[in-house]
Design a protein around this ligand. Structure first.
Ligand code: AMP
Length: 279
């Protein structure tokens, strides 16, 4: 595995692969890698043998008072995991490498930047889209792989790609969970044993919603909320059911693929999860 930090080194590595006739797959991450991230790499390799992974904790997507400073950084452990996973290039830019002094937000999530995760984290999606756009420009991938775990994120990234990177294929990989159902997340390491048990209610709520979905969308949402009532220690932010194609709320009578979304704060840690439900 080649480790690069500067944009020039990155371009050289990617150009060399392209000269060998290889397509390029890209997996952007913020590090503190877990099985979820590794599953994205496996998915990337299904499309091409040449895989670039980035690790960059993007200051632009953290709001004031969020956990940018505290976000787990485990770069040497991560590099070992990526070498084991036979990743070709690990790109770990500094803020200066990537932004070159221009820390302006260049992308807008629009209305979706103001609802669900956007409501709780007002600057998050514009900052996320800005870094993803920079990374796409730097890596010039043919494929980019993202987790279904961050449903609103991948929805926005598809819109960004359609607008600015039409040749790029965005690939969605399923959410990897622990045996308890808890969706894997770099932030899970902040959970005490007690809070982990509380956090497991998010996945349980989604399952309860799915089980109730035969009675329609409103029942699914209500069942998920009812499950969360059993875990009052979790500060529930929202449960919502949205159309997978538009991210618009779904009501009774809907037919098609929907996503049941949930977000809650457990201890100090904000957790999100979601589940696809077809009506
Ligand atoms: P992050 O490092 O948290 O920014 O996530 C990097 C990528 O990994 C994103 O595309 C996430 O959606 C994805 N990801 C995070 N957790 C999981 C998971 N449990 N299963 C699948 N993908 C995940």
């Amino acid at each position: 595995m080649q480790r690069v930090t500067s944009l020039n080194e990155l371009s050289a590595a990617v150009e060399e692969a392209k000269a060998r006739g290889l397509e390029v797959a890209f997996v952007p991450t913020m590090g503190a890698l877990h099985e979820g991230h590794l599953s994205l790499i496996k998915e990337a390799r299904r499309h091409t043998p040449f895989v670039v992974v980035s690790i960059f904790v993007n200051p632009l997507q953290f709001g004031a008072g969020e956990d940018f400073e505290k976000y787990p950084r485990t770069i040497e452990e991560d590099a070992e995991k990526l070498a084991e996973a036979a990743v070709d290039v690990l790109f770990t830019p500094t803020v200066n490498d990537l932004y070159r002094g221009n820390m302006n937000v260049s992308e807008s999530a629009g209305h979706l930047g103001e609802i669900y995760e956007g409501a709780a984290r007002p600057e998050h999606f514009d900052g996320m889209l800005t870094v993803v756009s920079r990374l796409f420009e730097a890596v010039k991938p043919d494929y980019a792989v993202f987790g279904a775990k961050d449903a609103q994120q991948i929805f926005l990234i598809r819109q960004l790609a359609a607008k600015k990177f039409p040749a790029l294929q965005i690939i969605e990989a399923p959410t990897i969970r622990e045996a308890s159902g808890l969706a894997m997340s770099s932030r899970n390491r902040f959970l005490s044993a007690e809070n982990r048990a509380i956090a497991e209610n998010l996945a349980a709520a989604l399952k309860a919603g799915e089980a109730a979905s035969t009675a329609g969308p409103a029942s699914a949402v209500q069942a998920a909320r009812n499950q969360m009532l059993k875990a009052p220690e979790a500060k529930l932010d929202y449960v919502a059911l949205v159309d997978a194609d538009t991210f618009e709320p779904v009501t009774d009578g809907f037919s098609g693929r929907a996503i049941l979304l949930i977000a809650a704060v457990v201890g100090e840690t904000r957790l999100i999860d979601n589940l696809d439900i077809t009506f």
